[in-house]
Design a protein around this ligand. Structure first.
Ligand code: ADE
Length: 224
């Protein structure tokens, strides 16, 4: 999987996206993340990427020209399955969408800023608009990192234990059951006996029942 991320704040991607699972995925050559600084595609001497909104109002708007230059340049060299714009008015990300998108090979992620991007970018370049939740971030960068992380861990070979992603919360519309590790008794707080019984089938049943119970209590909306 290759992700081309377009941003006017490339420094933000020096952090979490290069750690842990995502870092290993890149080192193993399973995932390539390429960050593009929008300012590198400007033509004026001050490298402006934004301008005032036509019709007035507070807030700046990202201009179409640098975005066009960047996206068109990428599209002349690679084919992309999606051009995704991160925006609070997009479709809310969920595990089903992450599963679907993780099957793609190449994607462009466009991070908005200020008041967002010129609508013509959305009309002519963007193929999918995604929000990571009903709250407004100061830019699309954190949203792009959240989306990237949710996709990368689903790429075959990225997680050490292949079955692990399948047992995550939301994979089957159920939250994950409680988990325990050693010691089996800590200050008298005991691990449920069934988990140390060795009865595989009974343990699976217990996990399923606990997952249903937890979902009923915390997220009944998932059960429909
Ligand atoms: N940009 C600003 N807020 C956002 C959100 N909630 N999701 C995606 N992109 C955003």
């Amino acid at each position: 999987m290759r992700l081309d991320i377009i941003t006017c704040l490339p420094e933000l991607f020096d952090g979490p996206i290069n750690q842990s699972i995502v870092k290993r995925a890149q080192q193993k050559g399973l995932v390539e993340i390429v960050i593009h600084n929008l300012r590198d595609y400007t033509t004026d001497k001050h490298n402006h990427v934004d301008d005032y909104a036509f019709g007035g109002g507070a807030g700046m708007v990202l201009m179409i020209e640098p975005i066009d230059k960047c996206i068109s340049g990428l599209q002349s060299k690679n084919t992309y399955d999606e051009v995704i714009y991160l925006t609070p008015d997009g479709q809310t990300l969920n595990q089903g969408m992450a599963n679907q998108l993780s099957l793609n090979e190449n994607m462009i992620l466009l991070c908005g800023h200020y008041k967002g991007v010129d609508q013509r970018v959305r009309d002519h370049f963007v193929t999918k608009e995604i929000s990571i939740g009903d709250y407004v971030l100061s830019g699309g960068e954190l949203a792009a990192m959240v989306l990237a992380d949710s996709l990368i861990r689903l790429v075959p070979g990225v997680l050490n234990d292949e079955s692990s992603a399948l047992t995550d919360s939301f994979q089957d519309n159920l939250l994950a059951p409680p988990v325990y590790t050693r010691p089996a008794d800590y200050k008298g707080w005991k691990v449920p006996e069934i988990l140390t019984s060795g009865h595989e089938a009974k343990i699976e049943q217990w996990r399923h029942d606990e997952a249903v119970k937890r979902t009923q209590e915390r997220r009944p909306d998932l059960l429909g």
